[in-house]
Design a protein around this ligand. Sequence first.
Ligand SMILES: [Zn+2]
Ligand SMILES: [Zn+2]
Ligand SMILES: [Zn+2]
Ligand SMILES: [Zn+2]
Length: 491
Amino acid sequence: MINKKKELGRLLVATRDLEVDDLILTEAPLVLGPKQETEPICLGCYRRVSGKYRCSRCTWPLCGPKCEVSPDHQPECDVTKAAGVTISIDDTDGGPHHLYEVITALRCLVFAGREPKRWRTCAERFNTRYLQQGAGWPQHRHNQELVVNVLRDRFRLHQYPGVDGSEAAIHTVLGLLQINQVPTKTSYSEVQALYPMASLASHSCMPNTKPVWKDGKLTLRASDPIKRGEAITFIYTDILWGTRARRDHLRQTRLLTCSCQRCADPTELNTYFSALLCRRCGNNVLPTSPLDDYDPWTCESCSSQISVEEVLRTNLALGAAVEVALAKPSIPSLEALQQEWTPRVHTNHYHLHAVKHSLLQLYGRSKEKASDQEKDAAHWIEIAKKEKSCKEFLTVCSRLDPSTAQTIPFVGLTFYEYHKTILQSAQKHFAQNKLTTQQLKKRMLLSKALLKKAMEIFKHEEEDTPEGQLYVTCEQEVIRIGKWMLAVGLV
Ligand SMILES: [Zn+2]
Ligand SMILES: [Zn+2]
Ligand SMILES: [Zn+2]
Ligand SMILES: [Zn+2]
């Protein structure tokens, strides 16, 4: 399954034709640990910690005594105790804490010392793009200061028996992690992991696999049909960002330049996800050559141009406004933002797409549980807007991620919200004698079908995650609708 291509290094390819949902691999991580930048989390189970409980052996914050003996935690526990370091992490509300930057690198180095053969076999296959970067680049300086110096000066890693704690070894491991780590879901937070095989999957903004984590193992299934000989791909950036944002992010984090079909398409698969609007004629302004970072953008109809600088400025300003509004979302503030920006950017623009997802949850919520009499005209206006937002949101997502494998929380939740609009308006219109029994039945079945769609999307999610919980809610709602239909004589 591993092939070597000159320009890409090693990559995974399918050795037979694969259908949707076909199993590609199941494997445990070689090494798993916190992301390099993370808030204080338990080093045994990765849930957020307050800092009140500390490991009795090593003083790293944990969630409780159980996690002191977690196998994951042993490497740093041993090294910290041996070095006699006392960990003081006081500010546990203040965002990422720099001391966590050392953990996963330390775990890799301890693993490499304990199982040198297994480590070497895998590490040799991993991508080493970072080696070409040299000591001058900012990430190298950052790593030197916050990982290499800390591991050597504070944790005395180079004196720990059986571990290569040299500067070169630490930098090598950090580089391998940066390029080859797979963002990995645990029950409580996202961490990073190196996998013997999955870490070799190449990137695409239109990935063909769906990762699921269970009991510490990654299972990779095909999310699209994959032909024999085709690359098995993963997405290492946010599928719901516009092309320039994704490509910049990939270049910074993975040191790779993506030229996939979506990146090369000015319309981004007909979504107009990054399009601005022309100041002269109001039509779409799109990148003239999307894979060229400096080419100006051109209006589709009048050919007037916008410089790349102006495009970036617009995206930055809109992104900042959206970030502020989403920190404390309310219908008036989000609608005001939409109104302010829709004359300047396409209504599907990725920043407005995020606003839409927030709005579609807020619409109709205040009177959701109210009786029919209490649901006033304003409520029904919100329900109509909710339905429209759900449809638009789902249309765009279905083009960017047809299998929904990468957008499970967003798309699943939207199907759930969508069912509410159909259900509420059907019941209202029936009560007002505006629907025949047959029409009502049709709407109720549609509402149920939307819930089943959400359940299908959430079916592999663990029960203790928000998505797993929503699966249960949908299940109950299907039963409730069934009972209601029975009660009014629809079945
Ligand atoms: Zn824990
Ligand atoms: Zn410990
Ligand atoms: Zn791409
Ligand atoms: Zn124009």
